[in-house]
Design a protein around this ligand. Structure first.
Ligand SMILES: Cc1cc2nc3c(=O)[nH]c(=O)nc-3n(C[C@H](O)[C@H](O)[C@H](O)COP(=O)(O)OP(=O)(O)OC[C@H]3O[C@@H](n4cnc5c(N)ncnc54)[C@H](O)[C@@H]3O)c2cc1C
Length: 398
């Protein structure tokens, strides 16, 4: 496998889209014998190229994905007179998983006698956990250093990527895998229910581009983390069926979460159902003991490294460059044109949203700086410009 193939394969694997969609593929691979009487996929030649010129850039954001080597932690811990239920360490999958791990954490809370709970943190994970607690009859107060829009969750690209940078493969255990699958299954359904209801969650076509004939299934020594039921089918479009400057485009339907809308709407609901918020940073165990609640749900993300001395927590820095919104762009992409665009294991990716067109493609492990990396910013913008400039626009083919 050459570097280019690796880069693209890695990209799709990291983002959880996967080339490995056995059982859900709806079509033949171009170049392979056609399925007798099988329909060809709907062509995609009407896609409008994104204008990724520097003049369209409006902003660059930086966020630190809260990565934990052995995967997110959802479990209770006794701490003197308090019960702490941990719910942190979601890496690059927290926007996708939040409603699912929140549900697992809230179920654990039911074992506690009190129906008053403190939730620490108000990113996607804290807000969803707080709502799941409210649904189970808890009176909830959120204690947080910062509210949206000042959370990592707000800096997220936020596609449906529950298995992206969520665990180190060699650290997976059967118990953790089972918890992951339970959380992802709940989250997938919860997000579907939010669709089209002013929560910033919508379905969108996404295209992964490649020059290689897409294989039928991902080869690996371990069982795939993501259950097949949590993906939609894929369609492989051949060279004449899509406008991208690579041979194949793999189309899937995926969920898009627009962070600003999603987080504000969840916070609004939390308040509507009687939840309170207190802006407060907790730094020590003594701070925890000073809380009135005996039940605490810890959703502090990377903050758990210091607050609960979890040295497994490490940042994976990611940045997004936003372009001004562009009418008619209603699809997302994964992958670039050249071998230098995007990083192995993550690659370039684009998502149109109401606050702009988000261009991503960086993952700097162990990097704590909140300053944009200029070189990576340039690669992301110019890598996307290269892809879209080489795309056949509908008006060029007419
Ligand atoms: C560039 C980028 C792209 C991403 N793309 C995706 C994607 O496509 N799909 C996806 O699912 N995920 C994606 N993610 C990952 C996702 O953003 C995270 O997994 C998610 O935001 C984690 O949510 P959280 O609530 O745990 O953390 P945060 O959003 O960081 O929230 C933590 C909360 O805890 C509070 N806090 C922390 N420490 C303390 C303390 N000591 N005392 C009190 N309060 C405290 C903070 O103020 C904050 O309110 C991406 C992330 C980045 C950066």
């Amino acid at each position: 496998m050459d570097r280019r193939t690796l880069l693209k394969t890695g990209t799709m694997a990291a983002l959880g889209l996967g080339l490995g969609c056995a059982g859900k593929s709806q079509q033949t691979v171009p170049g392979a014998p056609p399925m007798p009487g099988g329909p060809r996929p709907r062509p995609a030649n009407d896609l409008i190229p994104v204008d990724a010129s520097w003049g369209k850039v409006i902003h660059t954001t930086v966020g630190l994905r809260p990565f934990r080597d052995s995967g997110f932690r959802v479990e209770p811990q006794k701490l003197d007179g308090k019960t702490v239920i941990h719910n942190y360490g979601h890496g690059g999958g927290g926007m996708s998983l939040s409603w699912g791990t929140g549900s697992l954490a809230a179920d654990m809370a039911l074992a506690h006698t009190s129906r008053r709970a403190a939730v620490l943190g108000s990113g996607a994970v804290g807000l969803a956990a707080a709502r799941q607690l409210q649904r189970r009859g808890f009176d909830v107060t959120i204690y947080t250093k910062a509210l949206p829009p000042h959370t990592t969750s707000n800096m997220s690209w936020a596609g449906w990527t529950p298995s992206s940078s969520v665990v180190t493969t060699t650290k997976r255990t059967p118990q953790w895998d089972e918890q992951f699958r339970a959380a992802a299954t709940i989250a997938y359904r919860e997000l579907q229910l939010l669709n089209g209801r002013d929560y910033g969650v919508t379905w969108i076509d996404s295209y992964s581009t490649t020059d290689e004939v897409p294989p039928e299934r991902m080869r690996g020594t371990r069982a795939p983390l993501m259950p097949e039921s949590l993906r939609t089918g894929r369609e492989v479009l051949g060279p004449d069926e899509h406008p991208f400057p690579l041979r194949y485009a793999i189309r899937t339907s995926t969920m898009r979460i627009e962070p600003a809308i999603f987080l504000d709407a969840t916070l609004r609901d939390f308040r509507l159902f009687g939840g309170g918020t207190v802006i407060r940073e907790l730094s020590t165990e003594r701070d925890l003991m000073s809380l009135a609640e005996t039940l605490i749900v810890n959703c502090t993300g990377l903050g758990s490294r210091d607050l609960f001395r979890d040295q497994e927590m490490t940042p994976i820095k990611g940045q997004l460059t936003l372009l001004a919104p562009q009418d008619g762009v209603n699809y997302s992409t994964f992958g670039g044109l050249s071998t230098t665009s995007g990083e192995p294991g993550i690659g370039l990716h684009m998502m149109p949203r109401r606050d702009g067109i988000a261009l991503g493609g960086t993952a700097e492990r162990g990097e704590w700086s909140m300053d944009p990396n200029e070189e990576k910013r340039k690669n992301i913008v110019e890598g996307h410009a290269e892809l879209y400039n080489a795309m056949r626009a509908p008006w060029r083919t007419m």
